[in-house]
Design a protein around this ligand. Structure first.
Ligand code: F0G
Length: 462
C-alpha cells in the first residue's frame, strides 16, 4: 500500500472532551503487574497509560449518543427507548424479534439454554470464550469448522473467518442433523484475529444448512467491520453500502446474539434478535428471570437509547473506514519492522504472534501471557492474552486445550486514541522485541474454574 493511501482513514470527527491519563514509572509498573499476578485483567485501570485490553464497552460515544442518554425513559415497562432500539435493530440487521440483554454473553446464555440439549453439537467458525462456555453449560459441545488457514498465522487468506464446508458436512454426517440445533457463525472472527467471513461462504453455509434444515445463529458483535472487509475485498460489493452488506449478511442467518459494546459503541448493552416466533417467546420469558423485563433486559432506558443510535452510527462508511484504518496503521507499522503479527490485519485489533515473537518459550510457560505483561512493564500499555490461558481446559480430559494460535491482542477502542498513541504503542512493542531473547516465561499459580483468563494469577519462572 502506498504512503498516501494509508493516510486516507483520517477520523470523521473531532474531539470535544478529554480524559487525563497517568504516566507511570517503571518501578510503579513493576509493583502493579506483580500485584496483578501478571494478568493484565487484574491491573487497575489508573495504572494503565494506553489501554488496548479490549474494544468492548470502551468506545467514545458520539454527542448524539450522549444527547440520547438524556432522553432515557426509565419506566419499568415499555420504555420508549426500547421501541427505538427495536426499530434500529429491525432497520440495520433486519431480524424480526428483539430481546434486549445487558451484554452479549447474557444473550448467549438465554439462547443456549433454549436451543441446546445435552449431547448436542454446535459447529462454528472458531470458538469464542463466553459463547462456547454457554454452549457447554447447556450440555452441548462446540466443534470448530473454520478453514485451516484461520489457524495459520502465515496465511494471508482474505477471508480467514470462512467455514470449511467439507468439515461442516462431515460434522453433520457424523452426528446427524437432529443433534445440531444450529451452526454458530461469527462475523469478523475475534479469536482468529478479527478475520472476516465472505458473503459467498455465507451463502454456501446457508445452502448446506437448508438442505439439512439446520438453523444458523450469528454472533453479530463485529458485523459492521466484517461488512467493511467485504466491501473492499469481495468481488461485486465495492458499490454497496456498509448498511446494505450488513443487512445481506443477516439475511443468511436466523438470528443473532449481539454485544453492543463493540460495533455499536456503547459502554454496556446487548441483545438477542431472532426470526423464529417460538424461540422469541421462550427468550422473552426467560429474560425476565435473568436480566429484567423483556422491554429492558438489564439495560437502563438511556443505555437502550445509546445502543439504538450507536447501531446506526456503526454502519456509516466514513466511521468504519477510519476505525479499521487505524488498526491497519498500527499493524502495518509493526509489520514493516519485522514484528510477527497475524495477517491480514484484523478489524478490531492487531494480534502479535507470541509463538514467533518468543520462540524459545514452550506453550506451557504462557508466551502470550508473558508478552502482555512485558508490554505493560515497558510502557504501561495494556493488552490481552489470546492463547493457551484463554483456551482453557477440555472438560472431559481436564487437560489444557493447546490452541495453535498463541496471540497477544492489541485491541483498539473505537474513536478513543490518536495516531500518536499508535506510534507510542508500536515503539513499545519494538523495544520489547529488541530484548525478546532475555524474556522468561510464567507459571500459573491460581486457576479459577470458568473463563480462567480473567482471574488467573502467574509468577515469573526463575
Ligand atoms: N462474542 C464475541 C465475538 C465477543 O468478542 C464477545 C466479547 C462476546 C461475544 C461477549 O460479549 O462481553 O458483551 O458479554 N468480547 C470481549 C472482548 C470481552 O474483549 O473481545 P459481552
Amino acid at each position: 500500500m502506498s504512503g498516501t493511501r494509508r493516510k486516507s482513514w483520517a477520523e470523521p470527527f473531532k474531539i470535544k472532551m478529554v480524559e487525563h491519563l497517568k504516566m507511570t514509572t517503571r518501578e510503579e509498573r513493576d509493583r502493579a503487574i506483580t500485584e496483578a499476578g501478571y494478568n493484565t485483567f487484574l491491573l487497575k485501570s489508573v495504572d494503565v497509560y494506553i489501554d488496548l485490553l479490549t474494544d468492548s464497552g470502551t468506545a467514545a460515544m458520539s454527542d448524539v449518543q450522549w444527547a440520547g442518554m438524556m432522553m432515557g425513559d426509565e419506566a419499568y415497562a415499555g420504555s420508549r427507548n426500547y421501541y427505538h432500539l427495536e426499530e434500529s435493530v429491525k432497520e440495520v440487521y433486519g431480524y424480526k424479534y428483539l430481546v434486549p440483554t445487558h451484554q452479549g454473553r447474557a444473550a448467549e446464555h438465554i439462547l443456549s439454554q433454549i436451543m441446546i440439549k445435552a449431547g448436542d453439537i454446535i459447529p462454528g467458525n472458531m470458538y469464542f470464550t463466553t459463547t462456547r462456555l454457554h454452549q457447554e453449560l447447556a450440555g452441548g459441545t462446540f466443534v470448530d469448522v473454520i478453514i485451516d488457514e484461520a489457524h495459520d498465522t502465515q496465511s494471508e487468506h482474505p477471508f480467514k473467518g470462512n467455514v470449511d464446508l467439507h468439515k461442516l458436512q462431515q460434522v453433520i454426517e457424523q452426528y446427524g442433523a437432529a443433534k445440531i440445533p444450529y451452526v454458530s457463525i461469527a462475523t469478523c472472527v475475534n479469536m482468529a484475529g478479527g478475520q472476516p467471513i465472505s458473503i459467498q461462504n455465507l451463502r454456501e453455509v446457508r445452502e448446506l444448512c437448508d438442505k439439512y434444515k439446520i438453523k444458523i445463529i450469528h454472533d453479530s458483535t463485529r458485523v459492521a467491520e466484517n461488512a467493511y472487509f467485504i466491501k473492499v475485498r469481495e468481488q461485486g460489493f465495492a458499490d454497496k453500502t456498509i448498511a446494505e452488506i450488513v443487512r445481506e449478511i443477516c439475511t443468511y442467518t436466523d438470528g443473532c446474539t449481539m454485544s453492543a459494546k463493540k460495533d455499536a459503541m456503547v459502554n454496556i448493552g446487548g441483545f438477542l434478535a431472532i426470526n423464529d416466533w417460538d424461540i422469541f417467546e421462550k427468550a422473552r420469558n426467560m429474560v425476565v428471570i435473568y436480566e429484567g423485563l423483556h422491554t429492558y433486559g438489564g439495560m437502563a432506558g438511556r443505555d437502550m437509547e445509546a445502543v439504538a443510535i450507536g447501531v446506526k452510527e456503526s454502519v456509516q462508511f466514513d466511521h468504519i473506514r477510519a476505525r479499521v484504518g487505524q488498526v491497519e496503521y498500527l499493524g502495518n507499522k509493526l509489520s514493516d519492522w519485522g514484528i510477527p503479527i497475524i495477517k491480514p490485519i484484523g478489524g478490531h485489533a492487531v494480534f502479535l504472534d507470541a509463538k514467533a515473537f518468543l520462540p524459545h518459550l514452550p506453550q506451557l510457560s504462557f508466551p502470550a501471557q508473558t508478552l502482555a505483561a512485558e508490554l505493560y512493564l515497558e510502557a504501561g500499555i495494556r493488552s490481552m492474552e489470546r492463547g493457551i490461558v484463554s483456551a482453557g481446559r477440555n472438560k472431559q480430559t481436564g487437560d489444557h486445550y493447546y490452541p495453535r494460535l498463541e496471540l497477544v491482542r492489541l485491541t483498539l477502542p473505537r474513536r478513543v486514541y490518536t495516531q500518536a498513541h499508535m506510534d507510542v504503542t508500536a515503539e513499545a512493542v519494538l523495544e520489547v522485541f529488541d530484548r525478546r531473547d532475555q524474556i522468561k516465561g510464567l507459571k500459573m499459580v491460581y486457576e479459577p474454574e470458568y473463563l480462567r483468563f480473567f482471574q488467573a494469577r502467574f509468577e515469573p519462572l526463575s
